[in-house]
Write a protein that binds this ligand. Structure first.
Ligand code: IPE
Ligand code: IPE
Ligand code: MG
Length: 250
């Protein structure tokens, strides 16, 4: 079990993104309603946000609701929206006390009005905080984000503001919902599924991936620190050779 003192403060991932999965299975294992799994998952969110701030992560991005999740039963969607609103209201003072700025990615205009209002209220109130950016991916889909970006870039080309030859990776990144964030250094997925589920497709080109069988409601501080420790053991090569990365001339 990892402890905070095992973590190398010189090698903290700047941006950690998490696919919080397994709430339903957690509830089923306990013969509870799926909603109870989401409620317990909200407790994990609190703990992971606090720990992230404690160890000095600058950007924490949580996949809370995908574009595809709109296909779930209406009662489950309603419960998730209710929980989100409750979480935001409860956590505002914690965010203010800890210098956390709330941000969102995804097609937020699809969310119910009351949730949007609470989100914009918390974003306004935390907008001057600069110690950590907490981004909630809500109604988010990587393909939809890229499709939207391509449309907006094409409009620029159509209007003559941009030439097709001028399109660079940086320009594309700048049209994504994550335009003001660095790419994730570490992507964590709980519940043991080996898939990306339409999360941050463009942004994870060279992200380190960590998958744990632990279900999200059971993913707490020590498990999170395990993931950070594992990240710290990785050698990120970005296509170069190990010798090049270590600075050995060959
Ligand atoms: C993750 O848990 C929460 C959301 C996707 C909103 P799930 O609800 O997907 O839980 P499982 O995968 O069914 O166990
Ligand atoms: C991914 O989980 C989305 C979120 C965690 C919000 P899902 O449960 O929706 O993913 P799949 O369906 O197992 O791929
Ligand atoms: Mg799931």
């Amino acid at each position: 079990m990892a402890d905070i003192k095992d973590i190398d403060p010189q090698n903290i991932p700047r941006h950690v993104a998490i696919i919080m999965d397994g709430n339903g299975r957690w509830a089923r294992k306990k013969a509870l309603n799926r909603i109870r799994g989401h409620e317990e998952g909200a407790r994990s969110v609190k703990e992971i946000v606090t720990t992230s701030r404690e160890i000095g992560i600058s950007y924490l991005t949580l996949y809370a609701f995908s574009e595809e999740n709109w296909g779930r039963p209406r009662t489950e969607i309603q419960a998730l929206m209710r929980l989100l609103k409750r979480y935001l209201k409860q956590e505002l003072s914690e965010m203010l006390d800890n210098g956390i700025r709330l941000n969102t990615i995804g097609f937020i205009n699809k969310l119910p009005n009351d949730v949007r209002k609470t989100l914009s209220d918390v974003m306004d109130k935390t907008s001057r905080n600069s110690d950590m950016v907490l981004t909630l991916a809500l109604s988010y889909g990587g393909r939809q984000e890229l499709t939207d970006a391509v449309k907006r870039i094409a409009k620029r080309v159509e209007s003559g503001d941009l030439k097709a030859e001028e399109i660079t990776e940086d320009i594309i990144s700048g049209f994504l919902h994550t335009y003001d964030m660095p790419d994730p250094d570490l992507l964590i997925r709980t519940s043991g599924e080996f898939r990306i589920s339409n999360f941050l497709l463009w942004q994870i080109a060279y992200t380190e991936i960590y998958i744990t069988p632990t279900l999200w409601p059971d993913f707490r501080k020590s498990e999170f620190l395990d993931a950070i420790l594992e990240y710290q053991k990785r050698e990120r090569r970005f296509g170069l050779t190990g010798e090049q990365v270590k600075g050995v001339q060959k």
